[in-house]
Write a protein that binds this ligand. Structure first.
Ligand code: PLP
Length: 341
């Protein structure tokens, strides 16, 4: 049975074109620097965002944590968004791997207040840890994007104190499309970026950590330390190349489909869509329990061939991607209406 899977854009399976490229990919031992397909992917990614170098890593979590360990020293404090993936969904890895403590900053109405950020940066005091890194996330996992202007303001504060900025750009190209800017425009305001190939870009595995040559050289050694030195990785890099060449522009279609679905969902009595969080391929909404119980929604939709996640803090999240068409959305809307009636 073919499911309509709205749980995440991570559910996207590789396209047939990707699988064909995997079969014929030129490969070598990447720990020796011998894999031409990996080298091609890394150079292509760095060029696309206007940075010097890139490194293929197994996952987005790996890329973020590798960035943290490379930028900081043990005992540092890093400043992260209070709802960020790095803080909320990476198993406390920053404490375990890098030995850093996190200090969280609230992002309110798609805005990180640079003055608030400035106040959080530690002065030289014998009691204080050093502020070693500022982590941003764009696009954000709550469906919104930070403006370019805001990123510029943050970078300005960071530069004043000589603190590097890392961007968790798991959905970097979603943010680029949402802001209608060039691929390089956002990268300018950060020192390193993590970009996931395996979300909306449909590759089976992998992320890219991107930054200066010196930073990536240092990260390469830490990647080995963390067990991420892979061998004939060209097989995995080949679909990544296909994704960067062919699938970044079409993310705009996922955004359009999310807005289409949001409009239809919001028309259903009782459903409340968060209309100010429709910047990318995600729709957040609530359904009061007296209209439809959470478990009835989940099991009811599953019976109709639709997979969704349970609510988090009362919010549902439906995610559009390569395998979700407008017809699929119409079918989902019909199914939700049937369950409510
Ligand atoms: C998915 C995601 C990650 C981590 O990616 P994994 O490959 O699942 O480890 C990091 N940051 C954000 C914002 C994400 O959405």
């Amino acid at each position: 049975m073919k499911y309509i899977d709205l749980r995440s854009d991570t559910v996207t399976v590789p396209l047939m074109e990707m699988r064909e490229l995997m079969i014929t990919a030129a490969v070598g031992d990447d720990v020796y620097g011998d894999d031409p397909t990996v080298i091609k992917l890394e150079n292509m990614a760095a060029d696309m965002v206007g940075k010097e170098a890139a490194l293929f890593v197994p996952s987005g979590t790996f890329g973020n944590q590798l960035a943290i360990v490379t930028h900081t020293k043990r005992g540092d404090e890093i400043i992260v968004g209070s709802d960020s993936h790095v803080l909320m969904h990476e198993v406390g890895a920053a404490a375990v791997i890098s030995g850093v403590q996190t200090r969280s900053i609230d992002i309110i109405d798609k805005y990180m207040d640079p003055l608030k950020l400035k106040k959080m940066i530690r002065s030289k005091d014998i009691h204080y840890p050093d502020t070693g890194l500022i982590c941003l996330e764009n696009a954000r996992s709550d469906g919104t994007v930070l403006s370019l202007q805001n990123m510029m303001e943050i970078k300005k504060v960071a530069d004043e104190f000589n603190i590097p900025v890392h961007l968790d750009g798991a959905r970097y190209f979603n943010a680029v499309k949402a802001l209608d800017i060039g691929n390089k425009d956002m990268a300018r305001y950060v020192d390193s970026i993590n970009i996931c190939l395996s979300k909306g870009l449909c590759a089976p595995i992998g992320s890219l950590l991107i930054g200066t040559k010196i930073f990536i050289e240092k990260a390469r050694k830490y990647r080995k330390l963390m067990g991420g030195g892979l061998r004939q990785t060209g097989i995995l890099a080949a679909p990544g190349i296909y994704a960067l060449e062919n699938l970044t522009e079409r993310l705009a279609i996922d955004h359009e489909n999310a807005k289409y679905m949001a409009g239809k969902l919001n028309d259903i009595t009782g459903i409340n869509v968060y209309k100010n969080r429709l910047d990318i391929n995600m729709v957040f909404f609530t359904i009061p329990e007296d209209i439809l119980k959470g478990e009835d929604l989940i099991t009811g939709l599953l019976k109709k061939g639709i997979k969704i996640n349970g609510s988090e803090d009362g919010e549902y999240r439906f995610v559009t991607h390569y395998y979700i068409s407008k017809d699929d959305i119409d079918y989902v809307i019909k199914a939700v209406i049937e369950l409510i009636q």
